[in-house]
Ligand binder design. Structure first.
Ligand SMILES: *Cc1c(COP(=O)(O)O)cnc(C)c1O
Length: 201
């Protein structure tokens, strides 16, 4: 489980850490970097980056995130790879999939997924660890069950095709729908509100 700590300060993170949580998710780079800096002394706290990444911001991504969940285009993957090469680190990533082609959302469309995976697998400083998925918002999350199921099928088929033991995470499920996502095969959930309370953006 990734505890999504965006908008919450490091006191909240430390409280969750004291309860045993080690992985936290952030979706804004500046905010994430400030918290990572403040939590420098906690060597076993890991951060995942789960938000949209502008290509011109990749230069600020050092070895700060144990997993970048939101890679969705070749240009971005190549930039992260170059950054990792320069910094002498290996970066674990997930590819974010936009299954239902929502225009306002990040994520690669399914018809471009194969090409993106082929390109990513050639990049020596990236390790492709699976997929991340955010379904459309629904009042009743049951309505997304079928989409979670479809993502699991896609994940399983690529798991066989890629044949790499590092490809092992299907990140889907948030506060409102994680039970359904898990029932349909998720093995990584990103939960914010249900842990930290509601955010007042
Ligand atoms: C904010 C966020 C979450 C957590 O959402 P909650 O509904 O608060 O659990 C999960 N994944 C991503 C990508 C997010 O941006």
């Amino acid at each position: 489980m990734v505890a999504v700590s965006k908008t919450f300060n490091t006191e909240h993170i430390i409280a969750a850490y004291a309860a045993g949580q080690k992985i936290f998710g952030e979706n804004r780079l500046q905010e994430a970097l400030e918290k990572i800096e403040q939590l420098n002394g906690y060597s076993d706290i890991n951060f995942h980056f789960i938000g949209h990444i502008q290509s011109n911001k990749v230069k600020y991504f050092n070895n700060y995130f144990s997993l970048i969940q939101s890679v969705d285009r070749i240009e971005l993957a190549e930039k992260i790879d170059r950054k990792a090469c320069e910094g002498h680190f290996i970066q674990d990533i997930l590819i974010q999939v936009n299954l239902t082609r929502e225009a306002q959302k990040s994520g690669v469309y399914v018809e471009n997924l194969n090409g993106l995976i082929n390109s990513v697998c050639k990049l020596k400083n990236l390790v492709l660890c699976g997929f991340m998925y955010i379904p459309p918002y629904r009042e009743n999350p049951e309505e997304n069950r079928e989409l979670f199921r479809e993502m699991k099928k896609l994940y399983d088929s690529y798991k066989i095709k890629i044949g790499d033991e590092n490809f092992k995470y299907l990140s889907m499920g948030m506060s409102g729908d994680f039970e359904i996502a898990i029932e349909e095969g998720s093995n990584m959930v990103r939960v914010g509100t249900a842990i930290f309370g509601s955010r007042n953006y």
